[in-house]
Design a protein around this ligand. Structure first.
Ligand code: ZN
Length: 162
């Protein structure tokens, strides 16, 4: 396993649309393992492949009281409700912002073995799914800010960074 450099805001790779994974090969498995190690090393709660410079539709999510999710080609098929959340991003360190996310989402994806799965999520897991899947479409949480006043500088993040 290896720790990969996390790409920061301003790097154009974060604005690209990622490609679907067609074969869950050994190199995809290795990328997943490296992404998990990179996320854990950064004390992150989630990571999307473009954040490590790979334009592939792969995300990792690890939040308290949930198992670790490694999802390939994740897609939100249903979302409902709306709530205000505070969000941060490993590619945008030192800031957090208040944005609106869905209350619950249903997501379909492949697991790391290529098996089709469906996840019904709410709260932080729903938020993380939306945040990471946004990354695959070149969207960052700051794009959802109603105004720049909703962005705030922080010294020590005590909320999950994705
Ligand atoms: Zn992020």
């Amino acid at each position: 396993m290896a720790i990969l450099p996390i790409q920061r805001f301003g790097n154009p790779v974060l604005r690209e649309k990622s490609k679907r994974v067609t074969t869950v090969s050994k190199s995809i498995q290795k990328l997943i393992d490296d992404m998990i190690e990179t996320m854990q090393n950064a004390y992150g709660a989630g990571l999307a492949a473009p954040q490590v410079g790979r334009l592939l539709r792969i995300i990792i999510i690890e939040i308290p009281d949930e198992k670790l999710f490694a999802l390939i080609n994740p897609e939100i098929v249903k979302k409902s409700g709306e709530r205000v959340v505070t969000e941060g991003c490993l590619s945008f360190p030192g800031y957090r912002g208040e944005i609106k996310r869905a209350e619950s989402v249903t997501c379909k994806a492949l697991d790391r073995n290529g098996k089709a799965i469906r996840i019904k999520a709410n709260d932080l897991l729903a938020q993380s799914l939306e945040h990471e899947i946004d990354h695959l479409n070149g969207v960052l949480y700051v794009d959802h800010l109603e105004s720049e006043d909703k962005l705030e500088k922080v010294e020590t993040p005590e909320y999950p960074m994705e």
